[in-house]
Design a protein around this ligand. Structure first.
Ligand code: FAD
Length: 478
């Protein structure tokens, strides 16, 4: 067995000395998650430059029995990219693998390396007058490999689907170092199992994604955005039903925020302005888009909202009068994570429930959390149209400085959310994933047969259990 020093030397032999950060070096940013909840350690952080290098490092670690933790932009919400605190592991960074390999406006596709920052892919698509629709608050730092590994959602799922629906093909290094090349980018393929699907949402536990072929779309050339004040959550769902019947596919986004959520942003994100009075319990961003330049979207949006206002379904609405105004409204939505993080210790949830059950889910969950944990500040935001609502219980940081202090309260809150999610026929993670923070909860709310099949797939692909051990599933005994 190689010593840590010898292992770092062998890794340097593959990727070059400049791309290995050994223990004791400047590893800290890679050892802690975005929320600062988990802290691990690593024999080395390795910055890979090519698929061949990834394969060589994986083969070396397989031979040495060293665990591997792939890490993208490290913006994940559930500790999935943090190395374990025990045992020997290395962190794999793909930042250097950030090339756009090909763009085809004809095929409406783009092929990129896994370390590409999401925003760079959006820009590369725009350069050929196309849209890559995945959009989320962390888009300036998260990487497409991480997006695919978490099956990220974001604000455009209603129209374009989650990351899973945007992937045409993948290149993946398997735990034994084999490279699976499925980058053809074909739209139709009925040749047996769709292997790429296994790796989408697998949180780095089944393979290391090194490149992806992704779908592009025509770029919206017209848009209209409104901020709508609602007397209750049901109104958002009734408005959605109407919008689906009138504007159809032009409905791009429907993002809800509770009043408390916006108050948190107003209090903690100084450069975000809230240009409306906060006198309703819910606010909704409604965006229509169209790919035909000059399409008038304001008139149909005004018509739907005007009728809703007259009937008392909604309390108020403002339409963005310029692109700058629209950007300022979106900035509020994109500040929810930052504001909440600054507001205190956050016990956050990522449930999805069927649309018909969403209002009752929201009401019951808030009521039960406040009854059990009256000191919590319960706020919510969500991608209403796709059933995903984030319930956040914010605890005072003076009384709850860290995860250990929060544990008993967090456990109680988790039980309530899990119970309500299950009662309404939902799932506990719609887009953030399971990682470490939701692993035990997954076991509680998932059918035993499903968990067993997941364990068998993991054991088949990664019999040594070296890939991101302890994430999603408890590590198999070794
Ligand atoms: P990491 O956090 O680095 O890793 C996440 C997981 O992917 C880990 O399991 C890691 O091992 C694995 N992984 C990373 N790269 C690879 C690879 N190349 N091969 C295999 N496995 C890999 N998420 C949403 O879904 N919707 C949102 O709206 C949203 N908003 C956010 C807003 C903010 C401000 C922040 C900070 C986060 C937000 N997130 C959101 C969460 C996060 O950005 C996403 O989960 C994102 O997809 C993670 O990408 P990443 O590159 O940072 O991955």
């Amino acid at each position: 067995m190689l010593t840590d020093t010898a292992l770092a030397g062998s890794l340097a032999g593959i990727v070059g000395q400049a791309h290995v950060i050994a223990a004791g070096g400047d590893q800290e940013p890679y050892l802690v998650d975005w929320r600062g909840r988990y802290h691990g350690r690593a024999v080395a952080v390795v910055k890979l430059g090519s698929t061949a290098e990834v394969a060589a490092v994986v083969r070396l670690c397989a031979a040495e029995g060293i665990a591997l933790v792939p890490q993208g932009g490290n913006t994940g919400m559930c500790g999935a990219a943090t190395p374990p605190a025990e045992g020997r592991s290395i962190v794999l960074r793909l930042d250097r693998m950030n090339r756009i390999r090909a763009v085809s406006p004809l095929a409406n596709s783009i092929t990129v390396e896994a370390g590409c920052i999401l925003q760079r892919i959006q820009e590369a698509a725009a350069e050929v007058d196309r849209l890559f629709p995945l959009s989320l608050g962390a888009e300036g730092s998260c990487q497409i490999g991480g997006n695919i590994a978490t099956n990220a959602g974001g604000t455009a799922v209603l129209r374009y689907g989650p990351t899973r629906e945007l992937v045409l093909g993948l290149e993946v290094v398997l735990p034994d170092g084999t490279v699976l090349d499925r980058l053809q980018g074909l739209r139709k393929n009925a040749s047996g199992y769709d292997l790429k699907q296994l790796f989408i949402g697998s949180e780095g536990t089944l393979g290391i994604i090194t490149a992806a072929s992704l779908k592009l779309f025509a770029r919206p050339k017209a848009s209209a955005l409104a901020l709508v004040a609602l007397p209750e959550m049901e109104a958002a769902l009734r408005l959605l039903e109407r919008l689906r019947g009138t504007v159809g596919d032009r409905l791009g986004s429907l993002e809800a925020m509770s009043r408390g959520q916006i108050e948190v942003i107003a209090e903690h994100v100084p450069d975000v302005a809230i240009p409306f009075a906060l006198d309703c319990p819910w606010y909704l961003l409604v965006e229509l888009t169209d790919t035909l330049a000059g399409t008038d979207l304001r008139t149909p949006l005004e018509a739907v909202l005007g009728a809703a206002l007259e009937e008392g379904l909604i309390a108020d609405a403002i339409l963005a009068g310029s692109e700058a105004q629209a950007a300022a409204l979106w900035r509020i939505r994109h500040s929810v994570s930052e504001g909440s993080k600054r507001a205190g210790y956050v016990v956050s949830h990522d449930s999805a429930v069927p649309l018909e059950r969403q209002a009752v889910f929201v009401r019951n969950t808030e009521r039960r959390i406040l009854a059990a944990v009256p000191q919590a500040r319960v706020v919510m935001h969500g991608h209403i149209g796709d059933g995903n609502i984030h319930v956040l219980a914010i605890l005072d940081r003076d009384r709850t400085p860290d995860a250990a202090a929060a544990a008993p309260v967090a456990q109680r809150i988790n039980e309530i959310v899990d119970d309500e999610t299950a009662a309404q026929g939902g799932v506990i993670s719609a887009e953030h994933g399971i990682g470490l923070s939701n692993r035990d909860r997954l076991a509680r709310v998932t059918a035993p047969g499903d968990l067993d099949l997941m364990r068998r797939i993991k054991a088949l692909l990664d019999p040594q259990g070296l890939l991101n051990p302890g994430k999603i599933l408890l590590p198999a005994p070794r």
